[in-house]
Design a protein. Structure first.
Length: 162
């Protein structure tokens, strides 16, 4: 009796494990592999974010980050899971982080509190700087349009110019 109870417990545990570990069905829209290679001034652009903006309001954007060869593998829901077939406007952005500007050397500051007459100036922080032409950061000015096909080659190239 004890052996059959343990066997039943083991069988039930195993069944729960099997059904619990089953991968859920992917009910998201079908995606296809898509890549974008970005060049600027004839060289590959590394570290740029490429975004495909759908032309339909209910569409889903696809994203990717370029590697050392300037190539981004696009993803919609997960990294590299592809793009949903359709028409897209495209943006390409590469930014440099904000920098401190207008700083005063410590020897010039003295003992005066900041923001008082004769006191040291407060450092100005400049915003991020575009490392690519700013027109490519806006889908309305980039001039880049791609159509992702449900079949065939979806390897696109974006040759950026000043």
């Amino acid at each position: 009796m004890r052996i059959s109870t343990l066997s039943l417990l083991f069988a039930c545990s195993f069944a729960v494990f099997l059904f619990g570990c089953k991968k859920a069905a992917d009910n998201r829209p079908a995606r296809v592999r898509a890549t974008v290679t970005v060049t600027y001034r004839g060289a590959p652009v590394e570290g740029a974010t490429v975004t495909l903006h759908p032309s339909t309001p209910d569409g889903k954007p696809a994203f990717g980050r370029t590697d050392a060869q300037g190539r981004a593998v696009l993803g919609t829901f997960d990294t590299g899971d592809g793009a949903i077939p359709g028409d897209y406007g495209v943006t390409v952005v590469k930014m440099e982080g904000g920098q401190q500007g207008g700083e005063t050397a410590p020897t010039e500051i003295g003992a005066m509190p900041a923001n008082t007459p004769g006191g040291p100036p407060v450092p100005q922080t400049s915003g991020p700087k575009h490392l690519l032409p700013a027109k490519y950061a806006d889908v309305n000015t980039s001039g880049l349009r791609f159509t992702v096909s449900p079949t065939g080659d979806n390897n696109f190239t974006a040759h950026l110019q000043d």
